[in-house]
Design a binder for this molecule. Structure first.
Ligand code: UD1
Ligand code: CA
Length: 462
């Protein structure tokens, strides 16, 4: 069997992402605007892949190089290995034209699922049910629809006396009677390729922008004796599209609510869902408690029995079991078991802290390792340091890691004691069990168990 024949009978998924998104008033292509910490296109790509189709096509046009590169990066980040085929729509002549341009890609397949890149709230379940409905009812096209309170901006579903779907009318060309219909088109469809191809031949430019509406294909398919079916989801939230920043904020809220619900059901306490934001990729262990005003972003993984917040931002970080982070900002770091941070600490990338370490108020840590049980409790800067276990860093002690040109390392051995307000001029090594007197400026290595005093003797003048 040759490849073309094999592909017959299989499903292709087509994602429309060529539009400029004028209503976003943005220099960034619409489908790359973030919701839930990911570009909106990501969610559709993930559903497309989960359907295990024969191929995934993405129609690009506006800023196509940027959208292509971002799509490949999204696919890589979630381990999508299926090839993604890009179709370039030469001019933004509407969703119908976008599909026409994709026919060379689609026509190897018997069936095509088409989705819009700007509807990130769609669920896999609904798209799966849409395909199932299409298979069972054996029509030429099946649409995913929903009844919504305010249908403004969507294509309206016009049904006949027996409830059969007759056509979809876009708002810009709808009569007031049609506009009053509150069952709307989600922008997700399944088509039999033959019917789609012949239907597309019949559609022309329409509306104020002289666009080819993909939705006009429904009436054309019916005119040729084809049947259109609909799968109506009862969850109106999920069909919401994003055309402007206000709709972006609504989708953000819905995604966040979904994420928080999933976490709460899995055993995470969220004290105030209204003020808590958690990105789609964050994982949190059981019995962790999140206090108000907490934001968890990117690839963050939180262990069990942690206490996070209030007012804490954690991004791309790994937090071990039973850690506590209060009123703090943590990015690109690892906190090991039973470590406590804050209030008011800043933990910067490449820091590994703990287990059982303590970073207190007004302390900044950058690219440093702070070992088991060590404490940096007050007003310190620790940068490019390797601090072993059971070290105590006194209030206001800092590493001076930068000489104006290069960064240098500070190494502090186990059980060392660094007095208050010490300056450690890197590169420098403080030995195991060594002590540095308060107020010292240390420029030379301190041997194990030694006491270093590097400050001027006090003179009292009268
Ligand atoms: C579209 C549907 C509408 C539906 C709504 C759901 C049409 C004509 N209308 O309206 O029935 O209720 O989505 O959210 O399809 N695109 C291209 N090339 C183009 C134009 C658009 O690829 O030339 C892509 C866009 O990137 C977008 C999708 O098609 O992902 C929909 O386009 P958009 O302009 O957002 O259509 P809506 O007005 O929202
Ligand atoms: Ca849209």
């Amino acid at each position: 069997m040759n490849n073309a024949k094999k592909a017959k009978g299989q499903l292709a998924v087509l994602i429309l992402a060529a539009g400029q998104g004028m209503r976003m008033e943005s220099s960034i292509p619409k489908v790359l605007h973030h919701v839930g910490g990911r570009p909106m296109l990501f969610y559709i790509l993930r559903i497309a892949n989960a359907l295990k189709p024969g191929a995934i096509g993405v129609v690009v046009g506006h800023e196509s190089d940027q959208v292509k590169a971002a799509t490949l990066e999204m696919a890589r980040s979630v381990g999508i290995t299926r090839a993604i085929c890009f179709i370039t729509q030469k001019k933004p002549l509407g969703s119908g034209n976008a599909v026409v341009e994709s026919l060379p890609f689609l026509k190897k397949f018997k069936t095509a699922a088409v989705m819009c890149g700007d509807t990130p709230l769609l669920t896999y379940e609904s798209i799966y049910n849409l395909l199932l409905t299409h298979d069972q009812l054996k029509g030429q096209a099946t649409l995913l629809t929903a009844r919504i309170a305010n249908p403004k901006g969507y294509g309206r579903i016009i049904r006949g006396a027996l409830g059969e779907v007759q056509r979809v009318v876009e708002e810009s060309v709808a009569t007031s009677k049609e506009a009053a219909v509150n069952e709307v088109n989600s922008g997700a469809y399944v088509f039999e390729l033959e019917a789609l191809i012949s239907g597309l031949k019949k559609i022309g430019a329409k509306g104020p922008k002289k666009e080819h509406f993909l939705t006009d294909v429904m009436e054309a398919i019916r005119a040729k004796g084809g049947r259109i079916h609909a799968y109506a989801t009862s969850n109106a939230d999920e069909i919401q599209g994003i055309n402007n920043r206000f709709q972006l904020s609504i989708s953000e809220r819905v995604l966040n609510k979904r994420m928080l619900e999933r976490l709460m059901i899995s055993g995470v306490t969220i004290r105030d869902p209204q003020t808590t934001q958690v990105d789609a990729d964050v994982e949190i262990g059981q019995d962790t408690v999140i206090y108000p005003g907490t934001i968890l972003r990117g690839h963050t993984k939180i262990g069990r029995l942690c206490r996070l917040g209030p007012f804490t931002h954690i991004e791309n970080s790994l937090i071990g079991n039973e850690c506590e982070v209060r009123y703090s900002y943590v990015v690109g770091a690892r906190l090991l078991e039973k470590t406590s941070v804050g209030p008011f600490a800043h933990i910067r990338p490449d820091s590994i802290i703990g287990p059982r370490a303590r970073i207190g108020n007004f302390t900044e840590v950058k690219a440093s390792k702070i070992g088991f049980g060590s404490k940096v409790n007050h007003l310190s800067y620790i940068g490019d340091a390797d601090i072993a276990e059971d070290v105590n860093i006194g209030a206001g002690a800092i590493t001076c890691n930068y000489d104006g040109r290069e960064k240098h390392q500070t190494t502090i051995g186990a059980k060392a004691f660094i007095g208050s307000n010490v300056n450690l001029i890197a590169p420098v090594r403080i030995g195991r069990g060594a002590k540095v007197a308060a107020g010292s400026t240390v420029t030379e290595d301190v041997p194990d168990e030694a006491l270093a005093i590097a400050r001027a003797r006090q003179v009292n003048k009268t």
